[in-house]
Design a protein around this ligand. Structure first.
Ligand code: SF4
Length: 168
């Protein structure tokens, strides 16, 4: 049986998420019912496994094995940049949020995306991912495209420049 999750727990978790996301260029799906159902799934997983495994994926029930799909997962940003939403549709792009666009199905990136290593020798950095730099606050991020909004200082994408060219 699923561990029970109260309306209040969903509400509080959602408020926390909204607080964290504010001004950082990430948006929750504007469909409230859909979003609350996903939050409920995350909360159930927290009660079940002790961590908030993605509600749309099968958990290995081992935190180390599921580390890449603890919400928000390692694939969120690339999916939002490419498809306008994460795999579950919990997080959406600014455009999708503002226009309340319907989310189509997002292909699973897990296991297909080239993983970004946790630590990599400087001389090899250009071999894998492009590093983007926010020219306002200096925030660096290794990913295919610059984020829509700098999560640190809130400036838009056009203030980013490539700091180290990737070689994919
Ligand atoms: S796909 Fe979305 S809901 Fe699922 S873990 Fe990633 S960010 Fe969270």
């Amino acid at each position: 049986m699923l561990p029970p999750v109260s309306e209040q727990e969903i509400k509080e978790y959602r408020q926390e998420l909204e607080k964290v996301l504010k001004g950082r260029g990430y948006y929750l799906n504007p469909d409230d019912t859909y979003t609350n159902n996903l939050i409920q799934g995350i909360l159930v997983n927290i009660k079940r496994y002790g961590y908030g495994c993605c509600p749309c994926r099968l958990a290995a029930k081992d935190k180390a094995k599921d580390i890449d799909v603890i919400c928000p997962c390692y694939y969120r940003d690339d999916d939002v940049a490419e498809y306008g939403a994460c795999f579950c549709g919990l997080y959406v792009s600014r455009e999708n949020y503002k226009e309340k666009k319907e989310i189509s199905s997002i292909p699973e990136r897990r296991g297909k995306a080239k993983p970004i290593p946790r630590s990599i020798p400087m001389k090899e950095l250009t071999i894998t991912h492009t590093v983007w730099r926010c020219n306002v606050c200096g925030y660096l991020t290794a990913r295919d495209t610059a984020p829509d909004v700098c999560p640190i200082c809130g400036v838009p994408k056009d203030r980013f420049e490539i700091f180290i060219e990737g070689n994919k």
